[in-house]
Design a protein around this ligand. Structure first.
Ligand code: ZN
Length: 274
């Protein structure tokens, strides 16, 4: 599933395509959304925002298209009238004179007004957005101290969208490795320096991933690996999907465990239980 940085990059592309322009035609595949086509067509798009893994497209008349890509949803932006050559179901199309923003395969699409947004069952449960400028070390430390979260295992906590919105499995694995913390550790057990390392990784890695198109590894190392011929997917991570390969810090093999139903990658030497 795409995580916060990937959704934000997709939102940037969609925003370039439609924000500040009148959406001459808005089209929905789902019958229950058809009545909104007339309400949104001919209205200017004001903003494209993200909330964790959800995207909000705001129109000048106050209506907002909420979309969540889940596993398969994908945005494409093309010159108006062109379509990608793919075997997917188009679910939402927004056309203006120059461009078309097209959402394929997503099933979680709604049209909401501002008051409905505030009560939305998914959005109202979200914690702070990991990429939001207001998300800083002080805020993250207070989240770790919160009685709802401080006794939870970090492996499950980091991908709980009510704790922090936008982290998924690869960011969870990478943050815990860079912090030197085992996924079964809990916030209440951490020393002051461990808490600082964890919050720095929670802030830094998603932002670096957003800026680089998905690299959480050390950037110098990733660049050297790519220059030496390694593929992007090989070069981009510290531990994620590197089962059996040597840890970049200590040389021990990276192991894969299933935690909370999701594969977790870690170095047992660098991420001790204590
Ligand atoms: Zn290691």
């Amino acid at each position: 599933m795409p995580e916060g940085p990937e959704i934000r990059r997709a939102a940037d592309v969609v925003a370039d395509c439609i924000v500040g322009r009148v959406a001459d035609e808005v089209w929905f595949a789902f019958e229950h959304l058809k009545p909104f086509e007339r309400q949104l067509s001919g209205v200017e798009v004001r903003a494209v925002e993200t909330r964790g893994k959800a995207m909000l497209t705001r129109f000048a008349n106050g209506l907002v298209i909420y979309s969540h890509n889940q596993l398969y949803g994908r945005w494409y932006c093309h010159p108006c009238g062109e379509r990608p050559d793919i075997q997917r179901q188009l679910r939402l199309a927004m056309h203006n004179r120059k461009s078309s923003a097209l959402l394929y395969s997503a099933s979680d699409i709604e049209v909401l007004c501002e008051s409905e947004l505030a009560k939305h069952p998914f959005l109202s449960r979200l914690g702070p957005d990991v990429l939001a400028p207001a998300t800083d070390r002080v805020l993250l430390l207070s989240r770790l101290d919160d009685k709802c979260f401080r006794n939870r295992q970090l492996g499950g906590l980091l991908t709980d969208q009510s704790f922090l919105a936008g982290l998924g499995n690869y960011l969870r694995c990478e943050i815990l490795f860079v912090s030197g913390l085992h996924p079964r550790r809990r916030p209440v057990q951490l020393t002051g320096s461990q808490r600082i390392r964890l919050t720095e990784a929670m802030l830094h890695l998603p932002r670096q991933s957003y800026e680089t198109g998905g690299i959480t590894n050390d950037l110098v190392r990733a660049h050297e690996l790519i220059t030496a011929g390694a593929g992007f997917e090989v070069a981009r991570f510290w531990v994620f999907r590197r089962e059996g390969l040597p840890c970049y810090r200590c040389g021990a093999p990276i192991v894969k465990q299933v935690l909370g139903g999701q594969p977790t990658y870690l170095c047992r030497q660098c991420q001790k239980m204590i």
